[in-house]
Design a protein around this ligand. Structure first.
Ligand SMILES: [Zn+2]
Length: 317
């Protein structure tokens, strides 16, 4: 293979485990994702880079697949003039934009009300704040979108693959049939379609699970022999794994349909039944998953929503 890709396995303090960063030897020495902002990650990063015969100063540009702290936090250790490239939707997160976080609160406040969730968004904000400790405060120096190429990285094309994060991208090398996949497709676990406030304050809530499924389908239609993933092993059977993920996804959604056939329920009622042990401690994640299943069923024409009740009621058709 003519593209030289090196994998750095960086420790994270998160349940997801290690993060894979990648060094691509191209015209410019390019880093794909970095790691969380911890001393341990920084040490490990430098050690592994050193074993490849490089130093941090040799890296000429960084591309971020998406804004999550386990992928970008370490950028705070990089010099201020390091070019950082990614989709524009990452900027509010990378910059920890105050206006955006205010909107984050309002967004979930409205959602909680509508979905019958008896908490205030402070629960979510607290865990978000804790998480952001591991993130960076940087700005993208260059934004990219679908179909773009990147200087110094010949042969690679940007693919927009939203769902897990709104600004998620992959890099595709058509000739070599290689994808730098970020968290789009992981070998060992399905990725989460996390809810984010829309970037445009006036826009409707984004249906992230539908987006995510669409992004997976999109890459399954490409010729790809290897996906270099953000966590875990490389994926080789892309079509097979996407098919498996979508099938499991459908099964989960139809499990929810079964519940709704018993009686109409609010999002919160469904969430508690789906995740009785963890809905409280992992509210953001479990609500995102629950809403994902409902978006899926609504799209499939299996359920309807009664929006006239104080808390929206979902019922089987
Ligand atoms: Zn992620």
């Amino acid at each position: 293979m003519s593209v030289m890709i090196h994998k750095l396995i960086i420790p994270t303090p998160f349940p997801v485990g290690d993060l894979n960063a990648y060094v691509i030897e191209a015209e410019k020495l390019t880093l794909i994702d970095a790691g969380p902002k911890t001393e341990e990650a920084w040490q490990s990063f430098n050690e592994q880079l050193g074993k490849l015969g490089f130093q941090i100063e040799d890296i000429e540009q960084v591309i971020v697949t998406h804004h999550h702290p386990d992928h970008v936090g370490l950028l705070d250790y990089f010099s201020n003039d390091m070019p950082i490239i990614g989709h524009a939707h990452n900027n509010v997160w990378l910059e920890q934009d105050e206006e955006f976080f205010k909107r984050y609160r309002e967004f979930f406040m409205e959602l909680f009300q509508r979905y019958g969730i008896p908490y205030t968004p402070e629960v979510l904000l607290k865990s978000l704040t804790a998480l952001m400790e591991y993130s960076c405060r940087r700005s993208l120096t260059q934004t990219v979108k679908e179909g773009d190429t990147i200087a110094g990285l010949e042969g690679w094309t940007v693919l927009e693959t939203p769902g897990h994060a709104q600004g998620h991208i992959c890099l595709y090398h058509e000739e070599e049939e290689v994808l730098m996949g970020g968290d789009l497709l992981l070998a060992h676990v399905s990725s989460n379609p996390l809810l984010e406030p829309p970037q445009d304050p006036c826009a409707e809530r984004v249906k992230s699970l539908l987006q995510y499924n669409h992004s997976m389908t999109k890459i399954s239609e490409l010729a790809i022999s290897t996906v270099y993933a953000g966590h875990g092993e490389e994926v080789e059977d892309v079509k097979g794994l996407v098919e498996h993920r979508l099938k499991r996804q459908a099964e989960r959604a139809y499990g929810v349909l079964g519940m709704l056939k018993e009686k109409p329920m609010t999002v919160f009622e469904i969430c508690r039944r789906l995740f009785p042990a963890v809905y409280e401690t992992q509210l953001g994640l479990t609500i995102s998953e629950t809403i994902g299943q409902l978006d899926y069923l609504e799209e499939a024409g299996e359920i309807k929503v009664d929006e006239t009740t104080p808390h929206w009621l979902y019922y089987a058709q």
